[in-house]
Design a protein around this ligand. Sequence first.
Ligand code: APR
Length: 309
Amino acid sequence: MDKKVTVIGAGNVGATAAQRLCEKELADVVLIDIIEGVPQGKALDLTQAASIEKHDAKITGANGYEASKDSDIVIITAGIPRKPGMSRDDLISTNAKIVKNVVENVVKYSPNSILIIVSNPLDAMCHVAFDASGFPKNRVIGMAGVLDSARFRAFIAMELNVSIENTHAFVLGGHGDTMVPLPRYSTVAGIPITELMSKETIEAMVKRTANGGAEIVGLLKTGSAYYAPASAAVEMAESILKDKKKILPCAAYLKGEYGINDLFIGVPVKLGSNGIEEVIEIKLTNDENKALMKSADAVNELKSFLKTL
Ligand code: APR
């Protein structure tokens, strides 16, 4: 392949993302983890599946960063996942140290890469990666909104018994309990869901979406969701690698857009070969704006907490 993607963290999200990247023939993949043997073993296993899955992507596993040299994209999933009863924010101290260390290494070998951050708490980890990398804001992107809107789409399709392909969902804000799903911009075959469902049904779906990660943590008990998070990160990577210029909801560093400054938060962005090529600003109602500001306050609190570490 002429593109190279490194995935840091060969756990559930990282290994699944690596599998999707190579099966879609998007890039050669390097899988890095601190646990000896795990990235190498998973890379070898994926390599042995290649003839059956019919792809020619090369997959390498490593514990050091040399193999990641000159990556186009680095997806960061390193960290500890949520356990039952743990909020994403409980993870902050541990994962901040891990992400800082990872990014410092990534930057040495791939100074021109685009970072896709997956580790939680997402918006806070974007700040850690932004500060540690010194990269411009277009090259540090958080994966949250694509996952949250995919969850919302799944619930819409389930509720209306329609093809998931007909659904479109719009989610703003931080990746947490304060996320802001926008029902009036969420559609089925172009029809706003507000025309198709009662207010109560939509409210219940919005609540389930905001609680989407915790619902899965509660079921799995030993970890957090990974199939959909990996799919979401790979959709972002694909738009960048192929310069598709898809509009996707991602955590982006805002400089005045939506009246928010110096903060990573989920907004619709255009993703192309330069990473974030545009932040799309839409007009919000008073209530939506209030909800977004509440979400920004929650991210700001985490940002302040990071300074105390
Ligand atoms: N460098 C590289 N890898 C690391 C480091 C590090 N400093 N620290 C931890 N890891 C690795 C772990 O060894 C583990 O293999 O990160 C991997 C994390 O994998 P899992 O425990 O399976 O967690 P996962 O479900 O993949 O979630 C990873 O993504 O969605 C978020 O909240 C989730 O923050 C979590 C992250």
